[in-house]
Design a protein around this ligand. Sequence first.
Ligand SMILES: [Zn+2]
Length: 60
Amino acid sequence: MDESRPAPTITCVDCLGTCHLISFEPHEGWEPGDVLVYRCADCLDRWDLVWEPEADEAAD
Ligand SMILES: [Zn+2]
């Protein structure tokens, strides 16, 4: 339930393969705006995502 960490893997939108996070976690932990780099194990595409944790369950 730790939503302060990005997913270690995501699904490749091109080939539906598994993309692994290849960025190293900063010493102070991930912060919003950090760039997460994933590489697909199947098609070797690289995906750069900006880490923006969504607090959609905190709306109360
Ligand atoms: Zn792929």
